[in-house]
Design a protein around this ligand. Structure first.
Ligand code: BGC
Length: 292
């Protein structure tokens, strides 16, 4: 790779860029000096977002619930590439855990400017076999977890109105999904959690915008991560998945990382309560391109 240049466009066919490649994307450091907490950041989209925010100049707290080694490895890699990171354990569906996590992060870094409400999971099942535990786990982590983390972030933002590292007094990005608007048979709990995130995000955005806190969402489409591995890890599965994606490629976490940096930065200062779909056109009803 040429110094300062990122090779065009084949990078999007690869699985995830590494930290030194990501660092080249943000020469102007759009979130320089800001402190970000990314939930569920020890794998998948959360890891990518933490890496991109670091590359863009933020200090990052990497939340995980299990597997501290993977969280520590990401923090170490960020540090080795010139960034600053810590890891913080919490089950985001637990109020006590979330409160403890905030005191750890604020205790270490002294402030918070950006929350990426990302932690989420799937527990798929047809309705007749879906247990209450499967329902509750998904709603608890994907939806209640975002509420708990957003509540603590808003309290913290309100305490630091004189910080002035950004035009806004704090930013929250809620990781949703195309399934906040696309129904998904066999995934009632997941689609319900994402539909809930949509109106939680919009209602919160309306509530706290007068206090100069910006809340927005990202609706990823199919992004290559462990959560949907079976949908893209064989050529047959991938070509079936591509029928749903007009742009003709499955997403990578860097697609979401770049959107998250923009939504966290002052470049998006007039965006309030919007969901950015980053989905290669999945929300465009691709079935209608040859029918209807
Ligand atoms: C889900 C993935 C799925 C994608 C598109 C995401 O929210 O987590 O499993 O591939 O939506 O359907």
């Amino acid at each position: 790779m040429v110094d300062g240049l990122v090779e065009p466009p084949s990078r999007y066919t690869e699985l995830n860029m590494n930290q030194s490649e990501i660092n080249l994307l943000y020469p102007h450091k759009p979130v320089k000096g800001q402190i970000a907490l990314v939930t569920g950041a020890n794998s998948g989209i959360g890891e990518g977002v933490a890496r991109h925010l670091s590359a863009a100049g933020a200090t990052v707290a990497i939340n995980y619930v299990v597997n501290p080694d993977s969280a520590q490895a990401i923090a170490d890699d960020i540090t080795a590439n010139g960034g600053t990171a810590m890891i913080t354990q919490a089950d985001v569906s637990s109020e006590a855990d979330v409160i403890r996590m905030y005191s750890e992060v604020i205790g270490k870094f002294g402030a918070l400017d950006i929350l990426i409400n990302n932690a989420g999971l799937q527990r798929d099942s047809a309705i007749e076999a879906m247990t209450l535990a499967q329902w509750n786990t998904v709603i608890g982590i994907n939806l209640t977890g975002q509420f708990l983390c957003a509540r603590e972030a808003v309290k913290q933002f309100d305490k630091q109105v004189d910080r002035r590292v950004s035009t806004a007094n704090g930013k929250i990005v809620c990781m949703s999904s195309v399934h906040q608007i696309i129904p998904w048979a066999g995934h009632l709990n997941y689609a319900s959690s994402k539909g809930g995130i949509k109106l939680m995000m919009e209602s919160l955005a309306q509530e706290v915008a007068p206090r100069k806190i910006r809340v927005n969402g990202i609706g990823p489409g199919a992004i290559k991560t462990p959560i949907n591995k079976s949908a893209w890890d064989t050529p047959e599965a991938e070509s079936k998945l591509l029928e749903l994606i007009p742009y003709g490629r499955v997403g990578i976490v860097d697609d979401i990382g770049q959107a998250a940096v923009w939504l966290s930065s002052d470049a998006s200062d007039y965006l309030v309560g919007t969901t950015l779909f980053v989905d290669g056109g999945m929300t465009l009803y691709p079935g209608f391109s040859t029918n209807g």
